[in-house]
Ligand binder design. Sequence first.
Ligand SMILES: NC(=O)c1ccc[n+]([C@@H]2O[C@H](COP(=O)([O-])OP(=O)(O)OC[C@H]3O[C@@H](n4cnc5c(N)ncnc54)[C@H](O)[C@@H]3O)[C@@H](O)[C@H]2O)c1
Length: 435
Amino acid sequence: MQQASGAGASPSHPLPSYLQADHLGPWGNYLKQVDRVTPYLGNLSRWVETLKRPKRILIVDVPIELDNGTIDHFEGYRVQHNLSRGPGKGGVRFHQDVTLSEVMALSAWMSVKTAAVNVPYGGAKGGIRVDPKTLSRAELERMTRRYTSEIGLIIGPSKDIPAPDVNTNEQIMAWMMDTYSMNTGEAATGVVTGKPVDLGGSLGRREATGRGVFTVGLEAAHHTGLKIEGARVAVQGFGNVGGTAAKLFCEVGARLVAVQDHTGTIVHEGGLDAVALLAHVASTGGVAGFPGAEKLADEDFWGVPCEILIPAALESQITAENAPKIHAKLVIEGANGPTTPEADDILHDSGVLVLPDVIANAGGVTVSYFEWVQDFSSFFWTEDEINARLVRIMKEAFAGVWQTAQEHKVSLRTATFIIACTRMLHAREMRGLYP
Ligand SMILES: NC(=O)c1ccc[n+]([C@@H]2O[C@H](COP(=O)([O-])OP(=O)(O)OC[C@H]3O[C@@H](n4cnc5c(N)ncnc54)[C@H](O)[C@@H]3O)[C@@H](O)[C@H]2O)c1
């Protein structure tokens, strides 16, 4: 359980004055990923600076009255990284460690992701620097509503569409939708995705990211000859993404041998019951104390023997320090940005195949796209239709990434960036610069 580490600036990047070169955080990791793709962009590389600076950053003060009558202020962000291919799209994170660098990086990875699966969006992200567990439900609602009002200047169904991320859920989306609707005077269901199904949400959205992780995992296993039945799975983060992915892998015969979350690390060589563990997390708030499991020191999680490792918590978790301990065959990035560029190289050299976030966790934004389309047309699809369309898009996107990786002899991450950045910069070039 490690905090996001800093990443040094590369001298090739002129930095805006609001960033510190010696502590670029996740944004520094993203810039290094852009450096790696640039040689493959051909003539479009003349536009590459577009990718190295967000189009728009909004920093807001979020004041609320606490239940005890005092006033507290929270730091809020909404960053729109790239809008060349369509409106902004990306989650909202409530976490005490949220920083501008983090939200910038997350918004950029959204641009890459939406382009990689070819849904008609740009990339955006938002966040509030708060530990929501310290707030009452009423305080959480007031904070969410005030934040939504503050960023209301730049969001909207055809401008920028938020969704859930770490510590935000359907209830938060319902409050965001209601606040925006009250302010604009119309029932704007399309302003956020990940809403409750009774409020214009989509069937299958809650499980979509985990289902996407599972789908690309199966595809990669197929390409590499890894047998899923009996394969050992270790998961960091047992929330929406990690919990769903673990459950789906268990349903096809894989064995969940280790889980880590913010409450600790548990292991059981014989296999943890994913469904019972989900119920335990729902009632206690974390995996710690799950009956029948053994407790493990957090730092030993990465060395647990397994075939499939799924980081599904926060960014910069797999680093140069712990990457040498990883002997999995597949790392499937459920989280955004869990692997630093240095760790990426170490895993590559030791033959671990990394399925990068920008394709592996794109299932969420894909079904968010379906939700948005359903809201606009006011016509809703069945869960089977949604899952079938999701699986088709994920498989097609993965096949393209796999082929590009073979063609250029690059990692799956660089291959995904090649496809996505080409789409984004081609759109940029076709639109031209205004005025
Ligand atoms: N929800 C989505 O649709 C979606 C889509 C794409 C990507 N993601 C990414 O997936 C990741 C998880 O998101 P989520 O929606 O499942 O969030 P969530 O809030 O449902 O779950 C987060 C999980 O991470 C764990 N965690 C938090 N801090 C930790 C730490 N320091 N060490 C170990 N575990 C820790 C929590 O205990 C929890 O189990 C994030 O990186 C998010 O950006 C989410």
